[in-house]
Write a protein that binds this ligand. Structure first.
Ligand code: PLP
Length: 496
């Protein structure tokens, strides 16, 4: 059965490879599958599969215009020794919850799970569609996507990648990881603004006809490595199925038993992938959407009102400091009854007034979700409590998921087994993590001294991604105003 892709804002239809190649639809909408394929294999069969086999089983249902050979070769290229464990996404039990460690790839955040395969999917899609243009990946990052996307696309023939990050909105380690990136086709630009500014400006460039024509004449075309690209979301569905399969294999659940999934959320991409897994037929009870104090999503799930008119707060979970959660548009489209016109109207309200309110009927179909948030203090207290009880150390993003899940369980009495997406290595946010666990050891120490502290506290080896940046030279130093982003792009491409 062929799965086609339509836009959340109009009724156009394209193939999977075309959707991946374009990234964003011309009407400004996001590509969504016209139907969600079902997991037809028995769960016990899935439980016997390796990560790669499961990735093929899940992804082949969505990417139906890729041949078996093409897709298998993408998967082989992506999930190899770049990951520091053959399990790729191991599940770790601590204090009654299951932490799905998604940070074993080369940049130690969950973005590697999809961005290690996206370059393969993209170049395969380019070939399939006879594209003769060089693909320019424009990426806005709240800290982790940028590095993971560059690691994936560095020196991939036929591509250039340009990453924009908020100058004061990422951790020191995140910034160091990005500005030391190697690869002749990688470009990193710090902007004077926040993540929402960067993401909005990038989306504007995608939809700027004149700019697209100009770069087109010079032999380029834009695409996206952000989770607005469906090629990011599909690989993310895999690890939720894999988590369930591992629980089943380890005898932690019965076949068919429902589990909860908790996801620390920013742009709503990772949790949307979990929702798609549920729609495929994975036995999932609640999707627990955890926000930090930028709690626009928690408020949305409580009231049905999406209101981004509020102060943008910088937190210790910077990759979740987001007020415009792009992927929510895909959920809105679905609960509006796959009505592109209605969805487009909500989105234009959002960009016009900063707010929209969904209907009661739409709200009624949100019962799959529970939205909650945690403050900095609750986050740190939870990280510390987990460490003191079990010795297990989680990062500050996973910490938000942890705190919100613990509160949810207390509030509802729900005892279903729960998987918490563990989205980054604690090493990536060592300053905050050591601050949470052993605040008396922080004062006067550099980032790398705190990494040494963390190694002592956690007893886990330092990941290569950290060791590398201890000595790597800075290779990128461009800083730009948000308004100048288009001219920075044209300069980089030499289009004038
Ligand atoms: C990107 C990111 C998130 C948020 O994921 P979304 O898909 O944007 O909701 C959470 N934690 C970490 C560490 C991230 O890098």
């Amino acid at each position: 059965m062929e799965i086609r892709y339509t836009s959340t804002r109009s009724n156009i239809e394209v193939t999977a490879s075309q959707a991946i190649l374009k990234g964003l639809s011309d009407d400004g909408g996001l590509f969504v599958p016209t139907q969600i394929p079902r997991l037809t294999e028995p769960l016990s069969e899935l439980a016997a599969m390796s990560y790669k086999e499961l990735a093929y089983t899940v992804m082949s249902k969505f990417l139906t215009d890729f041949t078996e050979e093409e897709l298998r070769s993408c998967i082989e290229g992506a999930y190899d020794e770049k990951f520091d464990t053959p399990a790729i996404a191991p599940l770790r039990e601590a204090d009654g919850a299951y932490y799905l460690e998604l940070f074993h790839g080369s940049t130690i955040a969950f973005k590697d799970m999809a961005l290690s395969i996206l370059p393969y999917l993209m170049t395969t899609a380019a070939k399939k569609n006879g594209t003769d243009k060089k693909i320019v990946i424009l990426t806005a990052t709240s800290g982790d996507t940028g590095k993971a996307a560059m690691a994936g696309f560095a020196d991939v023939p036929g591509t250039e990648i340009i990453v924009f990050y908020p100058k004061d909105g990422v951790s020191n380690i995140q910034e160091k990881q990005m500005v030391t990136q190697r690869g002749a086709n990688t470009h990193v630009v710090a902007i004077r603004g926040n993540f929402d500014d960067a993401q909005t400006a990038v989306k504007k460039m995608f939809n700027d006809r004149a700019m697209n024509e100009r770069i087109g004449e010079a032999g380029y075309q834009f695409s996206s490595a952000n989770s607005i690209n469906i090629g990011r979301l599909v690989p993310q569905i895999v690890y939720y199925v894999y988590a369930y399969a591992q629980l089943l294999k380890d005898g932690k659940i019965r076949e068919g038993e429902e589990i909860n999934i908790t996801v620390p959320t920013g742009n709503f991409g990772n949790i949307l992938a979990a929702y798609y897994a549920k729609l495929m037929g994975l036995p999932v009870k609640k999707l627990i959407c955890a926000s930090n104090i930028n709690k626009v999503l928690a408020d949305f799930f409580e009231t049905g009102d999406y209101d981004r008119k509020r102060e943008f707060i910088l937190t210790s979970s910077p990759s979740m400091d987001i007020l415009i959660s792009s992927n929510l548009e895909r959920l809105i489209y679905r609960i509006a009854g796959n009505d592109a016109k209605a969805c487009a109207a909500f989105m234009s309200e959002l960009s016009g007034t900063g707010e929209y309110k969904i209907t009661d009927a739409m709200r009624a179909s949100l019962s799959d979700f529970f939205g909650g948030f945690a403050t900095e203090e609750e986050n740190f207290a939870g990280i510390r409590a987990l460490y003191e009880k079990t010795g297990y150390v989680i990062d500050t993003h996973t910490g938000i998921g942890n705190a919100v899940y613990r509160r949810y369980a207390e509030l509802t009495g729900d005892t279903a087994k729960t998987v918490i997406a563990s989205t980054a290595s604690p090493y990536k946010f060592a300053v905050s993590v050591v601050g949470a666990i052993a605040p008396d050891r922080v004062s006067g120490k550099s980032d790398f001294e705190l990494i040494d502290e963390l190694r002592a506290l956690s007893g886990t080896p330092e990941p290569a991604a950290i060791t590398d940046i201890r000595t790597a030279p800075v290779r990128h130093q461009t800083v730009s105003d948000v308004a100048d982003m288009p001219s920075v792009v044209l300069d980089i491409l030499g289009v004038r």
